[in-house]
Design a protein around this ligand. Structure first.
Ligand SMILES: Nc1ncnc2c1ncn2[C@@H]1O[C@H](COP(=O)(O)OP(=O)(O)O)[C@@H](O)[C@H]1O
Ligand SMILES: [Mg+2]
Length: 293
C-alpha cells in the first residue's frame, strides 16, 4: 500500500475507491422526478423447484434531463436474463411486482423495448419498414409519417443506403443497429438489451459501444433508461452510469461509473480504465469460484 493512502477493501485501489465515492456524491445531488422509471418490489422468480430470483428490490430514479445506462454483469446463470425478461413483461414473477412510472407491469408494453442478441427484427420487412411498422401498428401513425421517422433513424444508425434491404442481407452489426433504431424510434423510455453485442467481433463491438454512447450521452433525442446485460466487463464499465453485479439472483454490488469522454477503443486501453476492469474482474472471479467451490 502506498504511503498516506487508506486501503478500505483489500482488492480495491484507493483511486478507484475515491472515484466511486465521488460519483456517488455527485449522483445524490441530481434532481429526480417523483415517479421512478422502474421499481422492483420483493420480486421472486422460481422455475419448478429452483429459485432463480430470491428477493429482488431496486429503484431506478427518473433523473431530470438525463438518460441513464445501467449495465448488468454477473456469472452465467445468475439470473440476468430472468430479470430482464420480467421487466419486459415476457415472464411473470412468481411473486412481488415491477412498476414502471408507478404502474405495475402486467405484460409487454410500448414503454419498454427489448433488444436480444439476435433476431430482433421482422425478417419479411425491409429495413425502413422494420422501423416504420411498429410506429404504424402500435403507435397508430400514418405510413407516410412513420416512414419519415424511420428514415431519420436509418441515417442516425448509419444504415443509409440499406433502406430496401431485408434483415438477412445485413451484417450482424447492421442488424443490431436496425433493432436499436426500431426501439428508439418508438421513443420507449425503457430499453432492455440482453447481451446485444455478444455475437459481434471486437471491432464492431467498439463501434456499437460508440454508437450507444452517442445516442444516450452525446446526442440524446429523448430521455430514456437503458438496462444492458453484458458478459464483457469493459463494455459494462464504458457504457454504464451504474453497474450492477448480480449473484444468485441478487444485486450484490452497485457502483457508479464515469461517462465516456473518448471512443470505446481508446478509453478502454487507459491505465485507470484497466484498473477498474481488473477490480470488477476480481469481484466476478470470486463469485464464480465461490459458486463452483
Ligand atoms: N425456462 C427456464 N426453466 C428452468 N430454469 C430456468 C429457465 N430459465 C432460466 N432458468 C434457470 O434460472 C437461472 C437463471 O437463468 P438466467 O436468467 O438465464 O441467467 P443468466 O442470464 O444470468 O445467464 C439459471 O439457473 C437457469 O438455469
Ligand atoms: Mg442470459
Amino acid at each position: 500500500m502506498s504511503e498516506g493512502k487508506l486501503n478500505i477493501e483489500p482488492e480495491i485501489s484507493p483511486d478507484v475507491f475515491r472515484n466511486f465515492q465521488r460519483l456517488c456524491e455527485e449522483r445524490k445531488a441530481e434532481s429526480v422526478r417523483k415517479q421512478p422509471v422502474l421499481e422492483a418490489r420483493n420480486v421472486v422468480k422460481r422455475y419448478d423447484d429452483q429459485t432463480a430470483i430470491p428477493d429482488l428490490n431496486f429503484v431506478i430514479d427518473d433523473i431530470e434531463g438525463k438518460s441513464e445506462i445501467i449495465t448488468i454483469l454477473g456469472p452465467s446463470g445468475c439470473g440476468k436474463s430472468t430479470i430482464l425478461n420480467m421487466v419486459a413483461g415476457l415472464l411473470p414473477p412468481t411473486s412481488g411486482e415491477f412498476l414502471t412510472f408507478g404502474k405495475p407491469i402486467e405484460g409487454p408494453g410500448v414503454d419498454r423495448g427489448m433488444i436480444f442478441q439476435r433476431y430482433s427484427s421482422f425478417p419479411f420487412l425491409t429495413v425502413l419498414d422494420n422501423i416504420a411498422y411498429p410506429l404504424v401498428h402500435v403507435l397508430k401513425k400514418p405510413w407516410k409519417e412513420a416512414r419519415e421517422v424511420a428514415k431519420h433513424w436509418v441515417d442516425k444508425m448509419y444504415l443509409t443506403g440499406a433502406e430496401k434491404k431485408f434483415p438477412a442481407q445485413l451484417s450482424g452489426g447492421m442488424q443490431q443497429r436496425l433493432a436499436i433504431a426500431r426501439t428508439l424510434s418508438a421513443r420507449a423510455p425503457i430499453i432492455l438489451m440482453d447481451e446485444p453485442f455478444g455475437a459481434l467481433d471486437r471491432k464492431i463491438r467498439w463501434e456499437m459501444q460508440d454508437l450507444i454512447a452517442e445516442i444516450a450521452f452525446f446526442q440524446p433525442e429523448h430521455e430514456f433508461t437503458i438496462m444492458l446485460v453484458t458478459h464483457d466487463i469493459p463494455e459494462a464499465l464504458y457504457l454504464g452510469d451504474r453497474v450492477w453485479i448480480i449473484h444468485q439472483g441478487r444485486i450484490i454490488r452497485t457502483e457508479f461509473c464515469e461517462r465516456p469522454s473518448e471512443p470505446a477503443r481508446q478509453a478502454q486501453s487507459r491505465p485507470h480504465f484497466l484498473e477498474l476492469v481488473s477490480f470488477f474482474n476480481a469481484q466476478i472471479d470470486q463469485l464464480v469460484i465461490a459458486q463452483e467451490g
